[in-house]
Every structure is written in C-alpha cells, then in structure tokens.
Design a protein. Structure first.
Length: 318
C-alpha cells in the first residue's frame, strides 16, 4: 500500500476529505402523499332546484358569455335530481349569496339541511351593506346552526375591507366560522371585477389572521394570484369549483399549485348545478391527457388528494 492510499484510509485522510471545499447541500421535497381521507366533500353547492319534477328541463341561455363554454346546464332540476347528483359525495355544503340582509336564504339553507341532515352542511350569507347584517349573522349561527357563510363583494358590491364587512369578519374569527368569498370572473357587466381578484382579500387575511377563508373557484382566471394568497396566509384556502370545463386552464392551475407547494390547500367543490361531482371528478382524472410533448404530468396522488380532501375537518366544522 502506498502512502496516498494509507492516508485515505486513516483518520488523517478523513480529515483532509472533510476539509475539501463543497457547495451547499439540498434535500428534495417528499413526493405527493396518497389521500389521507376516505370521503369526498363538495364544498360548493347551490340550491337552484325545485321540489317538484319539472314538465321539461330548462337550460341556461347560450350567449357570448355563457357560464360553460361546452354546453348549457339545467336550471330547473328537481329535488330528486339534486339528490342523485349529490349522492356522489359523502357531504355537501349548500350555500347562497344574500341579496338583502340574508334572512330568507339563511332560513332556506337551514331547512334543506334539516331535510337531509346526513348529507347537507348549511352555509349562510349576509350582505354587509345592510345595517342588520351582523345580527343576521349571529342569528344564523346561534339559532339556525349555519356552519359557514359566503360573501361576495363583487355581486353584493362592497369593498372587501368595508367597516360593515369587518364586523362580520371579526365575529366569524371569534366564533371560528369560515367565510367563503366569490373570487372569479363574473358575467354581469355592472359588477366591479376588482373585488373578484383574490389579491383584493390580502388585507382581510392580514387583518384577521385566525379567520379561515375560502377563495372560491381558484380565483379563475387569476389562479396564480390565488396560489400566492394561499401561500402567504396560513388560513387561506381555495376551492376548485367551476373549473374542470376549462381543462387547459385547470391543468395549468394545478401545475402552478404544485410548483408553489399549495396543493394541500385546494378543496374539492363543484358549483352545482353548473357542474356535478361525477363530471368534476372525471374531469380532474382526465387532466393528464395534456401531459404530452414535454408537458409535465400531474401526480395521481395530487389529484386524488384534492378529491378526497376532508374540507370539513380542515375548516373545523366537522
């Protein structure tokens, strides 16, 4: 054995090797984990149905700004049709957007939930521009058992940090009531789109850090801004309702979420009757058809994790 080999084997050789220059080390992130839950929660279900069976289906009108580019959905579905569509999930959050203080719609949500208690979770709504909005919020929680609320500055036409709205946020934060905001484009020409961009809620999340916020619809077409909001604020989440029928946009949105490390904050939702759970799940599972010609594949574990994410547990409204 020559001198060089001897030194490499001995303690002196180890010391010399350890002293050699080297760059910083890097530990790769773990791969996406398989789904933790075993149930599906639809976090975004409207109650646009009627109790009786319609004589014939009525569909949304085909216009230049139709909700879905691929077709028109039925707007007079029956209670039985609603039950069939919702049977594809384990729990469904029903909601509305108040045109006034919210009393009538809140009573309806509570009534529907009593009609199907093992399936439906009622969310209410108030319009902060009404003086009695806070009283109605309190009534909805304490008397009706509403588990969350949806507010929509873009449709209800109020500044996200409006003083009346901040009173609602403060009470919701104190009571642990999650709030959902409509963050997505809107069809009506008279509504202020600046209130629909997810970044419009940055001050809200900063001022009320314990308030659990859901930004609806992945903020489409501002999905990137939605990811940034979720990354910045620990209690900001996103639902992906009303996205699958623009599959290229959704494919890229999920890639953005993966790159920004925010897939765990995406919650499953449909926007029924605009979409159904069955077609949304099928749409999610078909996104990797775009993974061709060098495009990256979205891990199956990521997609299944979104489908089976337990939103109720995450939001603390189990």
């Amino acid at each position: 054995m020559n001198r060089r080999d001897f030194l490499k084997q001995g303690s002196l050789g180890a010391a010399i090797a350890a002293a050699a220059p080297q760059g910083r080390e890097f530990r790769p992130a773990p791969p996406p984990a398989p789904p933790k839950g075993a149930r599906i929660v639809d976090l975004h279900v409207h109650t646009w149905f009627q109790m009786e069976k319609p004589a014939a289906p009525k569909f949304t009108e085909r216009t230049h700004n139709s909700a879905r580019p691929d077709g028109d959905f039925q707007i007079n579905a029956s209670w039985e049709q609603f039950q069939y569509d919702v049977s594809a999930v384990d729990k469904a959050v029903i909601l509305h957007v108040a045109e006034d203080a919210g009393r009538k719609g809140n009573d309806e949500m509570a009534g529907f939930a009593r009609k199907w208690p093992e399936k439906l979770i009622p969310f209410g709504s108030v319009n902060p521009t009404y003086r009695d909005a806070l009283d109605e919020f309190k009534r909805g929680v304490k008397e009706l058992g509403l588990r969350g609320f949806k507010l929509s500055p873009v449709y209800q036409k109020f500044e996200p940090m409006d003083p009346g709205a901040c009173r609602i946020y403060a009470q919701a934060q104190e009571w642990g009531i999650p709030l959902m905001f409509h963050t997505a484009t809107a069809q009506a020409p008279e509504v202020p789109l600046r209130y629909a961009n997810p970044v419009a809620f940055d001050d809200v999340a900063y001022a009320f850090p314990r308030l659990k916020i859901i930004l609806a619809h992945l903020g489409h077409p501002w999905q990137r801004e939605c990811m940034v909001m979720a990354r910045k604020h620990p209690n900001v989440y996103m639902d992906l309702s009303a996205n699958f029928y623009r599959p290229w946009s959704l494919y890229n949105a999920l890639l953005l979420a993966w790159e920004w490390g925010q897939t765990e904050k995406i919650l499953f939702g449909t926007d029924w009757p605009v979409t159904t759970a069955r077609e949304t799940i099928a749409g999610l599972r078909s996104l990797n058809r775009f993974a061709q010609g060098g495009n990256p594949r979205i891990p199956d574990e990521l997609i299944e994790g979104i489908i089976y994410r337990d939103s109720l547990a995450i939001l603390g409204i189990e």
